[in-house]
Design a protein around this ligand. Structure first.
Ligand code: HEM
Length: 259
């Protein structure tokens, strides 16, 4: 006699038992923290909705509650978010470029040319990096103007304004240090002019110029110095400053708004 197939109810019961056993296991509850919609017995309550935000690695970056005006695109124009997005884009495209670029006076320009002409997607990624850098300077500046227009530099956000000024300086420094890396005539003379200007710093101008150039004139040592600043030190400080900046937006009561 052929075995009788299980009824629809039996299949439903088996699936529900399996789901029950999985959700009761230690492995499951170690992944999904209390309040998660994937936990057994989740109910839609204001407390559980807050838990969903607080207990998720991705969501917890957002506040549990936001004021209505703060999520209106027309209020912030998302310029801070756009600046952050561009920073991420520049990091990803920059890492791609690092695979094909050597920071020495003899190799840098040739590597740049190879990137433009022979590397798959090289021209596209390089242009994304360059245009992204220009756009980031613009978006950070516009973000600062928006913040100023809304009076968000006033108490209790004055400290975050100062962090913002540091971020603007870092953005400009990232742009300037990146400018030297193609090692073409434009880069060479722009950096020569820039460092000569900085050499007019009162009292220790010569020392400032020496430190910036890694010698008495622009050369391979300057390239290495600016490369390390561009790919490591400045991005590292920027990431730390951004973390403080975002944390302060939360702690200062969210985005400023109409009284
Ligand atoms: C790398 C550069 C920067 C990034 C990624 C960044 C990111 C952000 C983000 C995401 C916000 C949330 C609101 C929004 O999107 O407008 C914000 C708010 C804020 N930012 Fe920036 N920012 C940067 C530079 C600056 C600069 C240059 C200043 C000013 C000198 C500044 C001052 C502020 C202030 C005061 C707030 C709070 C605004 C409010 O409460 O309305 N930020 N920033």
């Amino acid at each position: 006699m052929a075995p009788t197939p299980p009824s629809a109810d039996q299949v439903k019961q088996a699936v529900s038992d399996l789901a029950d056993r999985t959700q009761s296991s230690q492995a499951w509850s170690s992944i999904f923290r209390p309040g998660s919609i994937f936990r057994k017995g989740y109910t839609d309550s204001p407390r559980n909705r807050s838990y969903v935000i607080m207990n998720s690695v991705l969501y917890h970056l957002h506040p549990v509650k936001v004021k209505r005006h703060a999520v209106k695109v027309s209020y912030t124009l998302c310029l801070g978010g756009l600046s952050f997005f561009l920073f991420i884009l520049l990091t990803v495209t920059g890492i791609f470029l690092m695979f094909f670029y050597r920071p020495t006076a003899s190799a840098a320009y040739a590597d740049m040319e190879t990137l433009r002409s022979a590397v798959t997607f090289g021209l596209l990624v390089r242009n994304m990096h360059r245009w992204g850098a220009h756009l980031m300077v613009l978006s950070v500046f516009l973000h600062m103007a928006r913040v100023f227009y809304h009076g968000a530099y006033k108490s209790p956000r004055e400290f975050n304004w100062v962090i913002g000024v540091i971020l603007l300086t870092l953005t400009l420094l990232l742009s300037f240090t990146g400018y030297l890396l193609p090692w073409d005539q434009l880069a060479l003379w722009a950096v020569t002019v820039g460092t000569n200007m900085m050499g007019f710093t009162p009292v220790f101008g010569d020392q400032v110029r020496f430190v910036l150039l890694g010698g008495v004139e622009i050369g391979s040592d300057t390239l290495l110095r600016w490369y390390v600043l561009h790919v490591l030190m400045l991005p590292f400080v920027t990431v730390i400053m951004m973390a403080i900046h975002f944390w302060r937006v939360r702690k200062d009561g969210g985005i400023s708004g109409p009284l």
